[in-house]
Design a protein around this ligand. Structure first.
Ligand SMILES: Cc1cc2nc3c(=O)[nH]c(=O)nc-3n(C[C@H](O)[C@H](O)[C@H](O)COP(=O)(O)O)c2cc1C
Length: 243
């Protein structure tokens, strides 16, 4: 048996945290997490990512604006065509993110996505048909599941897929560094749906696009945090040789 240590432990213990205590994250602890994540490799060491840290009042303001957009967008989606057009004209409802976060999954991935969703709602005791409860749970994304800090991660767009790849490695490094230091995280593409509230408060260099948010804080003792979706077996990962 190979001897394993902190990396395997953090990999095994990290999971997406969807209920946080309101306690603030000490600034030096967050700095330590971010500096550790900066050890991540990137193509040519170009490190094509930037992070906007929102804590305290700024996080509350951004969270309130994102939640309002999500609630209005959901209302508009349920409304008739005429109301939809009127709301879209007013602005602020239509996603203004840099990337499309509303995906159409190919069948293989769609099945995994649906299983994960059902598992999450099942853990919370939310019935499939309970649209109001599902909406309320989805809305919690935008107040960062009560986390005191939200990170908004931008990647340089001219490098295309490789910039996103580097940013993903950075994100996982950050999540593992946080886990090792007793902090929970939830990476959230949902937080890239509307970019306006973040762009209004931070200087974003040209060509940097909002790709993902991360809620960060201390894990609350809540059943949602017990949800640990299973991974596929290894033989579903490995490609078969031809012939
Ligand atoms: C790029 C990315 C985007 C994600 N976006 C969201 C999100 O918007 N909301 C959410 O609750 N979870 C989000 N997740 C968390 C995934 O659902 C989660 O990683 C997956 O179900 C595996 O569970 P685990 O992280 O607990 O191991 C995201 C994860 C990644 C890597």
């Amino acid at each position: 048996m190979t001897q394993t240590g902190a990396v395997t432990e953090a990999l095994a213990n990290r999971r997406s945290i969807r209920a946080f205590k309101p306690d603030p994250v000490p600034e030096d602890l967050l700095t330590d997490v971010l500096e550790t994540a900066l050890l991540a490799p990137s193509w040519g060491n170009v490190q094509p990512y930037r992070v906007a840290v929102a804590s305290g009042e700024v996080a509350k303001e951004i969270g309130a604006e994102l939640t309002a957009r999500f609630n209005t967008a959901a209302k508009v989606q349920r409304a008739g065509l005429f109301a939809k057009f009127g709301a879209l004209m007013k602005g602020g409802v239509k996603p203004d993110g840099d990337f499309n976060t509303i995906m159409k999954y190919p069948p293989e991935l769609g099945a995994r996505y649906r299983d994960t969703g059902h598992g999450l709602y099942g853990t919370l005791g939310i019935e499939r048909g309970d649209k109001a409860a599902r909406h309320a749970q989805m809305a919690r994304n935008f107040s960062f599941f009560d986390a005191p800090t939200a990170l908004f991660v931008f990647c340089e767009s001219s490098l295309g897929a490789y910039s996103a790849l580097d940013t993903g490695i950075f994100l996982q490094s950050l999540a593992l560094a946080a886990e090792e230091r007793g902090l929970g995280t939830c990476m959230q593409a949902a937080l890239a749906t509307w970019a306006g509230p973040v762009k209004a408060r931070f200087d974003i260099p040209e060509n940097y696009k909002l790709i993902c948010g991360v809620s960060v804080g201390y894990k609350a003792d809540h059943k949602v945090n017990s949800f640990a979706p299973k991974r596929r077996p290894l033989d579903e990962l490995l490609l078969k040789p031809k012939g």
